[in-house]
Design a protein around this ligand. Structure first.
Ligand SMILES: Cc1ncc(COP(=O)(O)O)c(C=O)c1O
Length: 360
């Protein structure tokens, strides 16, 4: 379901495909998230969507930004120049020496060797050690096991290396994507039960593409964290997807409909080289059809919605019972996170989408 504001804007768009961002909706959502988290520092994980307008909108509600590369660091620093700017937490596996030299509020160190290289730069830094603890993570869309961060032995190896210039501030952990509030709180209970005075609990708040109306329970999460946090402990989180997914739309148009060996297909302008999310997550991207078409139609049969790419993987949604006709406008929802910025834009050299922003 899309709002009247988005529907009217989508109908006014003359160029398809186009990304449409609802900035007032993002503002309302970010403000509600902020209010639900008293006493918790809120950073936005820029990797979810580094769009400049989104970052400027979020800046008012977040305490800082989590960046995971020199590129994200440069992008955000240029957007919020001057002292003190917006605090940055710099993370990511495999940092180069140049990245280890970048100024930041917190540096998330991923391994003992990375810490040694940081020390060798001679810079000052405030460090969180990224811990990848052996905790059970059920119900996640993606678990961050493997090369991320270090185990308890890695942390122990790091402890004697700190100096008065490279200071240990606490722990950072990002264990999984797609967890609901009770599951995240169970993990938080374990991670906050530590002698460290500062803990970054990461992101990973659940976003359901199958049931867009069911949202992460920020109020329960905020209340839970308030109960778990001990006096004097500094707690930070860095959500990405659950902040920006809902404010983005990919608006396109049906260019052809057909049946191939009994299977019905609607082909839309553009494709998953613009909106890769359904391919990476293997889901049906939710969408709304605006009946602007007057061409051939598919009705009363399941339709698979595909893009213009020459690959069978270019599928937005499979066997959906929505009537579609050539010329109809298709508004893909939940396209505000891990969408355009993770897509392979140049494959097949189709035109790039437009970008349109609702501002009030
Ligand atoms: C270290 C770290 N923090 C935060 C995030 C944001 O996660 P999400 O977008 O699921 O909230 C990620 C995502 O991969 C991450 O790797």
């Amino acid at each position: 379901m899309i709002t009247t504001r988005v529907r009217e804007a989508a109908l006014r768009l003359s160029d398809a495909p186009t990304y449409l961002y609802d900035l007032p909706a993002l503002r309302d959502h970010a403000s509600a998230v902020r209010q639900a988290l008293p006493g918790v520092e809120l950073y936005y994980a820029v990797k979810a969507n580094p769009d400049t307008e989104l970052l400027k909108t979020l800046a008012e509600y977040v305490d800082g930004f989590e960046v995971s590369s020199g590129g994200e660091h440069a992008h955000v620093s240029a957007l919020f120049p001057g002292e003190p700017g917006k605090p940055l937490a710099l993370g990511g596996p495999g940092k180069t020496d140049a990245e280890l030299r970048l100024p930041c509020h917190r540096l998330h160190v991923e391994s003992p060797n990375e810490l040694r290289r940081l020390l060798a730069t001679g810079r000052e830094a405030d460090v969180l050690l990224r811990l990848n603890p052996d905790l059970p993570v059920e119900g996640a869309a993606l678990t961050m096991s493997g090369p991320f961060g270090m185990d308890e032995a890695g942390v122990r190896e790091c402890l004697p290396l700190f100096t008065d210039r490279v200071r240990l501030r606490g722990l950072h952990s990002h264990l999984a994507s797609g967890l609901d509030a009770p599951r995240l709180l169970r993990l938080a209970a374990r991670l906050l039960d530590t002698e460290y005075d500062e803990v970054n609990l990461g992101g990973g708040m659940a976003v359901s593409y199958a049931a867009p109306e069911s949202r992460f329970d920020w109020a329960a999460y905020g209340a839970g964290l308030a109960a778990l946090r001990r006096a004097g402990q500094r707690v930070r989180i860095e959500p990405g997807r659950a902040l920006t997914a809902y404010c983005g739309y990919y608006v396109t148009r049906v260019v052809d409909v057909k049946r191939v060996r009994g299977e019905a297909y609607a082909i839309v302008l553009g494709g998953t080289h613009h909106l890769r999310t359904p391919v990476t997550k293997g889901h049906d991207q939710p969408f709304t059809v605006l009946p602007t078409g007057d061409g051939p139609a598919l009705r009363d049969e399941p339709v698979t919605v595909v893009g213009q790419l020459c690959t069978p993987k270019d599928v937005f949604a499979r066997k959906i019972g929505t009537p579609l006709r050539v010329g109809d406008t298709v508004v893909f929802e939940m396209a505000g996170a891990y969408a355009w910025n993770i897509s392979h834009h140049d494959f097949l050299m189709h035109p790039k989408p437009g970008f349109h922003y609702l501002r009030d």
